[in-house]
Design a protein around this ligand. Sequence first.
Ligand code: GAL
Length: 659
Amino acid sequence: MPQPQPTAHLALGVCDYPEHVSPSRWALHARQQRDLGLRYVRIAEFAWSRLEPRPGQFNWAWLDEIIDLIAREDLQVILCTPTAAPPAWLIRDHPDVLPVGRGGHVKTFGSRRHYDFSSGTFREHSRRITRAIAERYGSHPAVAGWQTDNEFGWGDTAQSFSPAAHAAFHEWLRERYRGRVDDLNDAWGNVFWSMEYTDFQEVPLPNHAVAEVNPSHALDFLRFSSDQVAAFHAEQIAILRECSPGRFVTHNYMGFFSAYDHYRVSTGLDFASWDSYPTGTLDAAREWQLLPPEDRLAYARTGHPDLTAFNHDLYRGAVPHSGRFWVMEHQCGPVNWTASNPLPADGAVRLWTEQAWAHGADACVYFRWQAATMAQEVMHSGLLRHDGRPDRGFHEVAALRPQAYPLGPVRTRVALLHDYESLWLINAQPHADGMNYWAQTLAYYRALRTLGVDVDVIHADQDLGRYALVVAPAITLVGAERAARWTRAAAQGTELVFGPRTAFRTPSGRTHEDGQFGPLSDLLGARLGLYDSLPHGLTQGLSGGHHARLWAESYEPRGAQVLHTYQGGPLDGQAAVIRSGTATVIGAHSDTLITDLLEERLHALGLHPTRLPDGLRVTRRAGHLLVQNWTQAPLTWQGHTVPACGSLHLTPTPTGGSR
Ligand code: GAL
């Protein structure tokens, strides 16, 4: 059988739900999809009740027909395993499949994702339905690839507090601590508040304690829950590999989702995908306090460029060997799930698509074909309106010329390090309102993007050999191996920039016995002085006219050079920024200071930073320099006028971290 071939340029696609409309419209829809210039149609991720209406009784006829209709129009299918929506009969027969929420309540049937990753029963049904669909369609010439499930963890379901999860957690702990409960006690520091256990069986789930649980306990439960998602995923991937040779396998993740380790859960995928809803992502800006309120308003109709771009860069790196990603659900009109759901600006769909491409997307698959006429998402837009007329997004997609966007790797010499375990630790004890892991990380990412630099977001333990500058804004968990890897990179000349709280915690979540910077102390030539948690509105002055907000920590140099000191307040005169060899540590949370220091480092490395006007961003891919204006008025940059909510394609000069 001929296998689907990838294109040399950006591919467009759409998420479709043929089971939501009359079969009399299927042929028309497939034709319209082809005429629109689409290449892929993603289907069936919530179709289990139509595929297996009764236990063991499959109905493939409708899916056979729709796949053939799609193939007839020369379109290709992304088929999904339908496990995100187990049917009612399965829950009736096996109520133990349901997940249990943090409050101890069973989450019932009635929406989606009502399953527990630790449920042995559900694992069995997941393998069964995956094998059934993969055996039937795995070699169909129109099936280009697979999406596993849908948005693991959506609806706060990555962690379950069920009896099955509890039993599996005990087993996981027993294995991690090689059967020695005293090792667990030591790792978690359970002597504190007399929390010591005499047997693994005594360890409770971390959801019903009187007050906050030991963060090390919470950390291990997050690791365990993450491993459960990964194990569930691995089972589906193995079956798809066996039954569908030559097809890609991917999963559609969510922006800023934090409940599992996406690197581990992605093991075995060809590449990662994510679901990009730029105006929806502004919700994350609210939740994690990533943007001042006035910016949230200014970008209400486009989303903020850096919030969307960060997730593109993160998911491009989630499967490190792939160097690419897909946007598996791409916003094409208003969403329905934020407090208010504004119409996107004219041109926004094109702006977003071009941005995704420039950050390394090989395909953008719009969500969804036709607006749903039933159930939870009737207020969500599609390319077609409820009555089948084209909506605004349709016209913008029709005007796109995918051939104008050649594929090719994103090449940059600047990396930003990311680590879910550090995220879990910082977010468990942020110590200052607004100073969470994402806020700390985005401060550095935004600074790099406003300096015109392309950024690889990579895992903290990845090889750093190809990078000239490595920025680690919030890697608080640093053990001996990680420290040794970074120390070697520094010795080889890699420029390293660290943010506050670096190397504060051990891999089990304790602090280092010799204090911050633990195993990095020699490299950084200093130790922690004081840290100060600043309420909103209280600032700490710094040399150079900068001000720290939310967080200020000082250092006692032991060989390091002092680049900035605090001025006034309890930290007066103490070191705020230190430098030792090729490593810099910035203890103050200050956008202007971070930007100045990164600019200096980029200049010194010959990476030519360039300060961009507010709302303008540049990105390079495959011989193009994409200049994008995210504001509602034209902007001028280097003699070029960039239209409001629009882009220019220029030829790159050797700037912004590219090589
Ligand atoms: C995603 C989900 C889709 C749909 C969409 C609406 O989170 O995967 O099924 O619900 O949001 O924006």
